[in-house]
Design a protein around this ligand. Structure first.
Ligand code: NDP
Length: 478
């Protein structure tokens, strides 16, 4: 056998990953359920490196050096189970199955446990960066055993994106499903980033009256500062684009109903189970759902809104800088929430995730890649037990400086009737987190009143219940 690694599932992601391995000097066995795809890959790209095409599973497995490393890049869900069931019986103890698809982390936990019993390493691996990333360098988030990473890490690191400081955007995230979990949160954060950017655009357009081409310039400017990121960069490109058919701004001819494939929804569902507020991601998922609720929107179209005129003159000129502050502060909150979620899952599942390491491998290759992530890496390097990004001295100072503009932008949005669920929810989270006292005390009183759910006191240990239906005396229950 000559191949260091094998890839089965040669649709766009799998074939690009296989080519990436081959271009880095690895011999790659390639296989696909339908052989035509394998043949096409060899015909079109066989000259790029050493490929060993295989028509059937046995031939594919026989081509692999031990311990065998098989990357599965097929449709997530049942097809992944089907492919595992096909290959696992052909493998020996110590071999590795690497699932690079977008699996739900609970599926990955189930698969890892089952294969571990048979001595096979199952490495659920988040791969971000789409087709381009798969070919030129994705951000790679492998889970699975630490032992498997010893044999697999160098191969994955060789094809991963490189951060600006040259380090590969790939690290062992943690055991079993830690990699797929972190990839899911990455996608959730991506939703939140996109929503915040959309709100910034909407405010500049609707409240300050900027045209799309001018907003593109504003974004280009932002991209040279602390918001420097792939998503800000492509936002400028999209806004500057003119529709060839109509000559109008492209953004004006696209239907305003955002679609989703489901990883944002998974993130929110999982966050609810973990009890971690990820309101930034939640609002982003809800905003997409609302945008696609055609019937509801049609039914509500005539509802009254405020009559205010758009900003003008100096006020309009100054607005972009304020929106930048609001966007940045909201972004810090949404990343803080995402990291809290990763940290909570690490504790829940015993994953021991290096929180700064996650930021480090998102600096390149993936959709949320940004200069900002190096700041997060540094924050956790300074304090690995940082409870929230908002407690990092640097972020706290920046958000503190931004807060006046942030509040003003949210208030302006409310006055003008422009929906900014991302900005508003982020600000509400910030204010709730820093509050001395929350009205949760009243909530506890209500719960005790209607359901005898008991409460704790600020001045004494124990649980208490007030006899609301009786003489309203208080009894200690625990
Ligand atoms: P698809 O998700 O479209 O899957 C097509 C591949 O799955 C084909 O190779 C197909 O084989 C194979 N397949 C489907 N059903 C079966 C089955 N029952 N048994 C064996 N093989 C099967 O391909 P993509 O390349 O778009 O994505 C691959 C994976 O990567 C997915 O899990 C996807 O979610 C993920 N992905 C990740 C992205 C990222 O940025 N990280 C971007 C896009 C996808 P056949 O040719 O025989 O039909």
């Amino acid at each position: 056998p000559t191949a260091q690694i094998g890839v089965t599932g040669l649709a766009v992601m799998g074939s690009n990953l296989a080519r990436n391995f081959a271009r880095h000097g690895h011999t790659v066995a390639v296989h696909n359920r339908t052989t035509a795809r394998t043949t096409a890959l060899i015909d079109e790209h066989g000259h790029e490196g050493n490929f060993v095409p295989a028509e059937i599973a046995e031939e594919f497995v026989a081509a692999l050096q031990k311990p065998r490393r098989i990357v599965i890049m097929v449709k997530a869900g049942d097809p992944t189970d089907a492919v595992i069931d096909e290959f696992a019986p052909l493998l020996d103890e110590g071999d590795m199955i690497i699932d690079g698809g977008n699996a739900h982390f609970l599926d990955t936990r189930r698969r890892e446990k089952k294969l571990r019993e048979r001595g096979i390493h199952f490495v659920g691996t988040g791969i971000s960066g789409g087709e381009e990333g798969a070919l030129h360098g994705p951000s790679i988030m492998p889970g699975g055993s630490a032992e498997s990473y010893e044999a697999l890490g160098p191969l994955l690191e060789s094809i991963a994106a490189k951060a600006p400081d040259g380090t590969p955007c790939c690290t062992h995230i943690g055991p079993d499903a830690a990699g797929h979990f972190v990839k899911m949160v990455h996608n959730g954060i991506e939703y939140a980033d996109m929503q915040l950017i959309a709100e910034a655009y909407d405010l500049l357009r609707t409240v300050a009256g900027y045209e799309p081409a001018r907003i593109a310039e504003v974004f280009r400017g932002w991209n040279t500062g602390r918001l420097d990121s792939y998503l800000i960069e492509i936002t400028a490109e999209v806004l500057a684009h003119t529709d060839a058919a109509t000559g109008r701004p492209f953004v004006d001819v696209v239907a305003d109903a955002a679609e989703q494939k489901g990883t944002g929804r998974w993130t929110v569902q999982t966050a609810l189970d973990l009890g971690v507020p990820v309101s930034g991601i939640g609002e982003a998922v809800f905003a997409r759902s609302l945008s696609g609720s055609t019937g509801l929107r049609a039914a509500a179209r005539g509802l009254p809104g405020p009559e205010g005129a758009a900003l003008s003159g100096e006020e309009a000129e100054a607005f972009a800088a304020r929106v930048e502050e609001a966007l940045y502060a909201s972004k810090v909150v949404s990343y803080a929430q995402g990291w809290n979620m990763i940290s909570a899952a690490g504790a829940e599942y015993g994953w021991d995730i290096d929180l700064g390491g996650v930021a480090a491998i998102w600096r390149g290759g993936c959709i949320i890649r940004a200069a900002f992530l190096d700041r997060i890496r540094a924050a956790f390097a300074a304090d690995p037990a940082l409870p929230t990004l908002l407690a990092d001295k640097g972020f706290a100072e920046e958000v503190g400086r931004a807060q006046d503009a942030w509040r003003e932008v949210v208030a302006t949005a409310v006055r003008h009737g422009v929906p900014t669920p991302g900005f508003s929810a982020a600000l509400a989270y910030y204010d709730a987190l820093r509050a001395e006292r929350l009205p949760a005390a009243l909530t506890q009183g209500q719960r005790d009143f209607f359901g005898a759910h008991t409460y704790r006191r600020t001045d004494r240990e124990g649980s208490f219940h007030t006899l609301w239906g009786g003489d309203r005396s208080e009894e200690r229950t625990a």
